[in-house]
Design a binder for this molecule. Structure first.
Ligand code: ADP
Ligand code: ASP
Ligand code: MG
Length: 410
């Protein structure tokens, strides 16, 4: 008898009919003899609807109250799914994140899970109940509701699977696995039968929203067997693997575009020790993640300092940097959202040179200008003008021959 955590995303629970389909899928796992914990997202569009409601009453709503508001989306789906399971004769009990209880830190809007109480869930499972848990939310030590960031239900699922030592965590979504690129952008994209944990980490970090980055981090930390599957059709999906295969690894496994990155440039900074610390420190002290960083070569003792943050953090970052610009005697701080970060990811890069050359040449052939470049051992990222994002992804997909990739060797 296996213990399985199944997670269904927004589109998968987007209507009463879809919720019934999900209930049937869960009932099938139960009929096989599995013990099942289900994590659900809000119905598709609901989180966005709630966020825009907030903006109608306050253009700068408090993060604490936003969490109280947006966590309600998932509360609707857990109850509906439990009811749908009941109508199939399957015992089920639903819980919000705080009820479980999923304890988090108090960084509203991007809280991190610090502890999960598995007793209540285990008790229900032992009484033949399906446990339905609201994704994306938890509670801090003070009792305030917190949320885990957009796409956070993936993280709830993987964290529950880790806490319960589940045999598998299945992420059911609206595509049938992880592809070489977003199949909505590249029609020739191929489903990967398996992908290494490290590649998935880089793809998620680079903005492929199929799995929230934190969920992949959790999976790696606790070795959670993780699979991405479709809730609309059958199929083996994509398995995230932890061992280096002895088979030859593809040079490139995936290409992704992150449209949600913003660039901040501090102009005319006196070039002296400590500027990187003053600028980046001011932003990261406010729990804002900094991604690519470029410090240009100075002239006349002045330099420009450029970095990227998530689009949602742009306004706050510029606000935080305004006093820093004064203190450093720099000229100005400028925010820019007209960019996309394009990343190519592949474990084969470790042993092959020339990936960057192929990438830059392919972009040059299409006259796509590269603004910033950053690399890791298995990833190369560049930023380009937003309007060229999709063209860049398609161009690179072709340049690396990914339409021919097959690794369905499970
Ligand atoms: P859910 O609501 O189930 O959490 P998401 O919208 O968060 O689903 O993630 C699934 C979407 O991720 C897909 O519909 C697809 O457009 C997008 N996506 C981006 N990159 C990839 C990729 N490499 N492989 C598969 N899907 C991808
Ligand atoms: N409902 C949340 C969101 O839309 C969490 C999730 O779906 O994973 O971001
Ligand atoms: Mg998602």
């Amino acid at each position: 008898m296996s213990l399985i955590v199944e997670k269904y995303g927004g589109t998968s629970v987007g209507s009463p009919e879809r919720i019934q389909v999900v209930a049937k899928n869960v009932a099938e796992s139960v009929a096989k003899g599995d013990r099942v914990v289900v994590v659900v997202s809000a119905m598709s569009g609901e989180t966005n609807r709630l966020l825009s409601l907030a903006n109608e009453v306050n253009s700068k709503p408090s993060n604490r109250e936003l969490d109280v508001l947006v966590s309600t989306g998932e509360q609707v789906t857990i109850a509906l799914l439990a009811m749908a399971l009941h109508s199939l004769g399957v015992g089920a009990r639903s819980y919000t994140g705080p009820q479980v209880k999923i304890l988090t830190d108090n960084i509203h809007g991007k809280a991190r899970i610090v502890h999960i109480d598995s007793d209540k869930m285990m008790n229900d499972l032992n009484n033949d109940q399906v446990v339905v848990v609201a994704g994306f939310q938890g509670v801090d030590e003070g009792g305030s509701i917190t949320t885990l960031g957009r796409g956070g239900s993936d993280t709830t699922a993987v964290a529950l699977a880790a806490a319960l030592k589940a045999d598998e965590c299945r992420i059911y979504t609206d595509v049938d696995g992880v592809y070489t690129a977003d199949p909505r952008v590249v029609s020739e994209a191929r489903r990967l039968g398996r992908i290494t944990f490290e590649e998935m980490l880089e793809l998620s970090g680079a903005g492929a929203k199929i799995l929230q980055l934190r969920s992949v981090e959790f999976a790696g930390k606790y070795n959670v067997p993780l699979r991405v599957l479709s809730s609309f059709e059958g199929g083996p999906g994509t398995l995230i693997t932890y061992e280096e295969s002895s088979m030859e690894q593809p040079l490139i496994s995936g290409i992704t575009a992150n449209m949600d990155e913003a660039k901040i440039t501090v102009r005319g900074v006196p070039d002296k020790p400590g500027i990187a610390y003053s600028i980046i420190g001011a932003v990261s002290d406010a729990h804002i993640n900094v991604d690519m960083i470029v410090q240009n070569v100075g002239s006349d003792g002045l330099t420009d300092f450029t970095f990227t943050v998530s689009g949602a953090d742009l306004e706050k970052s510029v606000e935080l940097l305004t006093p820093v610009v004064d203190k450093l005697d720099a000229q100005t701080v400028i925010g820019d959202t007209n960019l996309a970060k394009i990343s190519v990811v592949g474990i084969g890069m470790r042993s092959h040179a020339g990936v960057a050359t192929t990438m830059f040449q392919a972009l040059a052939d299409k006259s796509i200008n590269i603004q910033m470049i950053s690399t890791s051992e298995i990833k190369i990222s560049v930023t380009v003008d937003k309007e060229y994002a999709e063209l860049a992804v398609r161009t690179l997909h072709k340049a690396f021959g990914l339409e021919h990739l097959t690794n369905d060797l499970l």
